[in-house]
Design a protein around this ligand. Structure first.
Ligand SMILES: [Zn+2]
Length: 415
């Protein structure tokens, strides 16, 4: 279509009228979104906390959102969080940063989401600052541990925004990366399998000095080009994933984020691959959140009133106070005392898992005492704060938040 600055006999639309019409359509379709103020006003009435990042011409570049009920769960379980950025091709070709936590009964839950136009340190820093300010407003303790894969921009952003948190690398992602590179550099598949098995033993070694000496032997056996890659990519980061260091971190035995990833595949699959309309996408997110919360909440109530069967009386003070998952773990440590000498206590197991180690249980048994719930990390305590109410999904279409999200996401993806 041609335009001209002044109307002519053949062309009635001028640049100005077209511009004005475009603006009108844009304004109408976004419900007068131009003033972000109105948008924020709408959002302040919804149960989502949202932040938007725009560039100088007002185009939305990032969208951060988290539901209040996720924050209630986070209030109870904030020691370790998993940050998983997904770059898989989707309809919009946009990465999605997903922050997830894990409950006292070892169920994962979504904490926050952020669509990012770019995956550089500035964008990640912006997303994490949004998250940091939300948790600060709700007086939630910042996470002690953050686990990611080796995304350097995200790792730098974490160091900047959460300097007091410990960063851990997911060992599953590392093994996947090692497999890819080993397969690329080494044609012998048997050798590749041997390398992977050797590597998984290496990262279980219990002291840094043994780790390095064992790695020297590892390096002497396998092809130089592959070892160069491992030395350059992984060895400088060993304290973030190798047991020799991470055994002293309270990570509740989470060494990978893959379990969290698989449990969130529902959200990802629908968000990134579905051709559903955007209100449906939002509905799916909300539905998934609702499912997670329902599960965690009903487990909480069940554990409050039903004592676990076949648990030794040394744990009797813990019934209704400590989660079934933690009690079962403690009980299996107690059982192991029957057939193995507990050996010397290095306090690592208790520190790492927040659950009394077999040495501590043996000590209490010997003294004729019972295990006090305080012996367990607060992660494993049944919390009384989980009484939130979730917006019924069936009413979502009628609430303003869906419209607001629809418009936010629409302008973000320019559709
Ligand atoms: Zn011990």
């Amino acid at each position: 279509m041609q335009t001209t600055a002044e109307p002519t006999e053949t062309l009635l639309a001028t640049k100005n009228t077209i511009y004005a019409a475009k603006q009108r359509v844009k304004t109408e379709s976004l419900q007068s979104l131009s003033p972000m103020v109105q948008l924020k006003q709408n959002l302040s009435d919804s149960d989502y906390t949202t932040q938007v990042k725009t560039d100088s011409d007002g185009t939305l570049k990032a969208l951060f959102f988290c539901h209040n009920s996720s924050l209630e769960l986070l209030q109870a379980y904030n020691t370790i969080l998993f940050l998983d950025s997904t770059y898989k091709t989707n309809k919009y070709k946009m990465p999605l940063l997903h922050i997830a936590g894990v409950s006292g009964n070892n169920n994962s839950f979504s904490v926050a989401f952020c669509f990012l136009a770019e995956e550089n340190v500035d964008y990640y820093t912006w997303a994490l600052k949004c998250f940091s300010s939300v948790i600060s407003v709700h007086e939630i303790t910042p996470p002690e541990v953050l686990m990611t894969d080796r995304e350097l921009a995200l790792m730098n952003a974490i160091e900047d925004v959460f300097p007091n948190s410990t960063h851990m690398l997911c060992t599953w992602h590392i093994e996947k990366n090692i497999l890819t590179n080993a397969t690329r550099l080494i044609k012998d598949q048997d050798l590749v399998r041997k390398i992977l098995s050797h590597w998984s033993n290496l990262i279980k070694i219990s002291t840094p000095s043994e780790f390095y000496s064992s790695f020297s032997r590892f390096a002497a056996i396998y092809p130089g080009e592959f070892i160069d890659y491992v030395e350059k990519t992984w060895i400088p980061l060993a304290p973030r994933f190798a047991n020799a260091w991470t055994k002293k971190i309270t990570h509740f035995d989470h060494r990978t984020s893959s379990r969290i990833e698989s449990s969130h595949s529902y959200i990802k699959t629908h968000l990134l691959n579905s051709q559903a309309s955007l209100p449906e996408v939002v509905k799916l997110i909300t539905l998934a959140l609702q499912g997670q919360h329902h599960e965690i909440k009903s487990e909480f109530h069940q554990q409050k009133i039903t004592a676990l069967q076949n648990i030794h009386s040394i744990f009797s003070l813990c019934h209704g106070k400590i989660s079934n998952f933690a009690l079962r773990t403690a009980h299996s440590r107690y059982r192991s005392l029957n057939h193995e000498d507990p050996g010397r206590c290095h306090k690592n197991q208790q520190k790492r898992t927040g659950i009394p180690c077999k040495h501590r249980i043996a000590q209490l048994l010997h003294a004729g005492k019972r295990v006090d719930p305080k012996e367990f990390h607060t992660q494993w305590h049944l919390k009384v704060c989980l009484f939130f109410n979730f917006i019924p999904v069936s009413s979502l279409h009628s609430v303003s938040e869906v419209l607001v999200f629809f418009h936010l996401i629409s302008i973000f993806f320019r559709i």
